[in-house]
Design a protein around this ligand. Sequence first.
Ligand code: ADP
Ligand code: MG
Length: 263
Amino acid sequence: METTTIASEKGGVGKSTCTLGLGAELARRGARVGIIDLDPRSTATTWLGVDVPPGEHIGAILGQDDVAGAAADLALTSPWHPNLTVVPGSRDLAALETAPQEYGDLRLRRALEGWDRDVVLIDSPNRQGGFLIRSALTASDRILYTTTPDEDGRTGVEWARSNVARFRQLSPLNPDLREAGVIITRWPDTIATRDALGALEALEQDNDGLLLRPFIPERVIVRSSRAGEVWWGDYVKGLPVVEAFAGLADQLWPAYARLESEA
Ligand SMILES: Nc1ncnc2c1ncn2[C@@H]1O[C@H](COP(=O)(O)OP(=O)(O)O)[C@@H](O)[C@H]1O
Ligand SMILES: [Mg+2]
């Protein structure tokens, strides 16, 4: 099992979309994918179209001591794909953030043990530091950042990276955590605006060698499929977005890469 946290300290910069885009692509390739929805707004859970039984969400992991096997118990299969499961988020998570418990940030890591998933993706909230993101970093092998090509996205990555640097410096819990790259999403590929090109240049300077390609193009179908709680890949208009996530999945999960002949 390989666990990746998707992070930024700004909202609206594509964290949930990238989590689901990569998750759906890997599930299609045969990987057993588990998504952990750590965001109190629970966008990923809603978008994946699962029905959450009362109380059976990630809060049941982060708020209790006896968590062995909990991720496997709480996971629900998404109608998007049989290989795609999610441990649902909940608004109750916000309360845990303000009243963290002793050793609480070790629980998620423990709860993932024994889960029959090849790939785990953690969708995180845009908070500065805090209990939820610490739980995610403690449980992860690596971290991926997402950004839109603008100042907000750039700041979100900058702050998230400085938080990860502090975590690595101060916490002995996960010395092997690595930065896997920065994904640029909502890229205006039809007409790359001056603002977007300027932001790209700044992102390249800030994040030397970390920017991943291809960029995820901006497409209206992504937003409308979110409202419909379905996957954009079911629509012809969503295929450029699927193709971009496929290109990223090839690099980030080489064990599930497409054969060169089919790429
Ligand atoms: N490639 C894209 N094309 C068009 N809209 C997108 C794209 N990626 C994300 N969005 C939209 O941008 C908004 C923010 O994305 P989201 O993934 O929820 O960000 P975050 O999780 O960082 O808050 C959502 O309305 C989402 O549907
Ligand atoms: Mg989100």
